[in-house]
Design a protein around this ligand. Structure first.
Ligand code: PMT
Length: 214
């Protein structure tokens, strides 16, 4: 099968030398890509800027901004069987990108931001009929917020991580997640390496792709 994976942060330019971004390292998404490859799948990996080497064997598609990632995902979705959206996509970007470096002339500076495309949220409307897997990074009300995202974005599986914990989530080697399904009870996966969790998540996706007997 084709397992499309998004990973890492996006960068939203403010001026020629500055951007808005987040602390995603890409470790979770790259671990998913490696696990899907090891399971024998084709893996297009669409990644924002990270310090990680692309897992050998993936079709590596580097991008910078949310708009770039949106374009790359739309191009790759028609051939994907499973789409795993582990990237931490910026929700807002500067409405105007300054053509020159912004000068520090004033004591305060306000930024005018606009929404970026919701890549996961538009996958179904773009015609994707495969297995849609979202992630949710929450700092409060983890399960209610994640469940609302699962349903709102039309996902078959949502991987919820509580990113307020000190040793898991963004930029750590370990994670602790809960898998949420539209019509089945949640499954908690206790703290483990992102590689170990990725193998379980890829296995769950493969099981969900097997048609149930009549
Ligand atoms: O990269 P690491 O350092 O290893 O950290 C891993 C991780 C914490 C980033 C990862 O496990 C994770 O939770 N990724 C999703 C982070 C996130 O942006 O969550 P969210 O709740 O803001 O977004 C919900 C979902 O919508 C995500 O699948 C996201 O990829 C997607 N999204 C969000 C905004 C947007 N404009 N387009 C999207 O597709």
């Amino acid at each position: 099968m084709h397992f499309l994976v998004t990973a890492g942060p996006t960068r939203e330019a403010l001026d020629p030398v500055r951007y808005l971004s987040n602390r995603s390292s890409g470790k979770m998404g790259y671990a998913l890509a490696a696990a899907a490859l090891a399971a024998g799948h084709h893996v297009p990996l669409i990644s924002g800027p990270t310090a990680l080497p692309a897992p050998p064997g993936t079709t590596f598609l580097p991008v910078t901004s949310a708009a770039d990632m949106d374009h790359a995902v739309r191009a790759a979705l028609p051939t994907a069987d499973v789409a795993l959206f582990a990237a931490a996509v910026a929700d807002y970007r500067p409405r105007q990108v300054a053509s020159h470096k912004i000068k520090k002339n004033a004591p305060t500076l306000s930024l005018d931001l606009e929404r970026t495309p919701d890549i996961l949220g538009s996958a179904r409307a773009a015609g994707f009929r495969g297995l849609l897997v979202g992630f949710a990074a929450e700092t409060e009300n983890l399960l209610p917020n994640a469940r609302a995202k699962l349903l709102r974005k039309g996902c078959d599986l949502l991987v919820a991580n509580d990113v307020s914990q000190p040793e898991t989530g963004f930029d750590h080697d370990d994670n602790e997640v809960t898998l949420l399904f539209p019509n089945a009870p949640p499954r908690h996966l206790p703290r483990a390496s992102k590689q170990a969790l990725a193998e379980i998540i890829v296995g769950v996706c493969s099981q969900l792709m097997v048609p149930s007997p009549p």
